[in-house]
Design a protein around this ligand. Structure first.
Ligand SMILES: O=C(O)c1cc(C(=O)O)c2c(n1)C(=O)C(=O)c1cc(C(=O)O)[nH]c1-2
Length: 229
């Protein structure tokens, strides 16, 4: 089978990142409508922290698959975005601040005891996918971020409107991700379009992105179902 043109391939990737994105998940819809209770918002923050803290781990696994200084330098920046260049900077710290702004102290977030089984499995699934699959698929999986700047803008507005009990400085994480997510996804899209040469490779990239949408979706399924009795 002939490969899709660059435009057709990009359009297929964008379609998956839109149609299967977790902004359509009922829990996310309720979050943005302002219908979550404070306990549900806190459950989301606690469980999503498990995802956040594993992002630099999966990015380190991807980094090890890149074979030029330029590619590694670009990917290293993602790890620094999350970990910061020194203590007290970076996205993980900002997520901890979000937790504190919502009344969850950092020891509770860092301890991770309330992370739900389904969330652990979904995050493990993503990390192991990036560990085991070739760079094309691991990078393609990050393309959910094509939809991330939009969801971040909507989320900031929803939090300001409906969850004003959360201190405003807690939203810095989302603000930072608008620019970072846009830049990261543009860069990753360029790599995937360049690397996938055959139709089979293109289809694998699309499947990797669909898998990642499922990871984000199951994360919310687990959070929606809630904790142990
Ligand atoms: O809150 C969200 O909706 C959301 C979604 C995604 C995404 O689409 O994968 C990421 C993030 N946040 C995020 O904060 C983040 O750092 C991030 C990294 C990645 C990735 O796969 O490399 N996705 C996402």
């Amino acid at each position: 089978m002939n490969p899709w043109s660059r435009e057709e391939f990009a359009a297929r990737l964008r379609a998956v990142a839109t149609d299967r994105y977790h902004d359509r998940h009922p829990f996310n819809v309720r979050m943005h409508q302002g219908a979550l209770s404070p306990d549900e918002v806190r459950r989301w923050i606690l469980n999503r922290f498990h995802y956040q803290r594993h992002i630099p781990v999966k990015d380190a696994l991807i980094l090890a698959k890149l074979d030029t200084p330029a590619l590694r330098r670009a990917w290293l920046r993602r790890i620094q975005d999350h970990d910061g260049e020194k203590d007290g900077g970076g996205g993980i710290e900002r997520w901890l601040r979000l937790g504190e702004a919502a009344g969850i102290d950092r020891a509770r977030l860092e301890g991770g005891e309330e992370v739900l089984p389904g969330v652990r499995l979904a995050v493990d699934g993503y990390v192991n996918f990036c560990r085991l699959r070739p760079r094309l698929e691991a990078v393609a999986a990050s393309l959910t971020e094509l939809s991330a700047p939009t969801i971040m803008r909507t989320r900031i507005q929803a939090f300001e409107t409906h969850y004003s009990w959360i201190e405003a400085d807690g939203l810095a994480y989302f603000q930072g991700r608008i620019g970072q997510g846009g830049r990261d996804s543009t860069e990753a899209l360029g790599l995937v379009l360049d690397w996938a040469r055959t139709r089979e490779e293109q289809e694998r990239a699309v499947a990797a992105l669909a898998f990642k949408c499922d990871v984000l979706w199951s994360l919310l399924d687990a959070i929606e179902a809630g904790g142990r009795p």
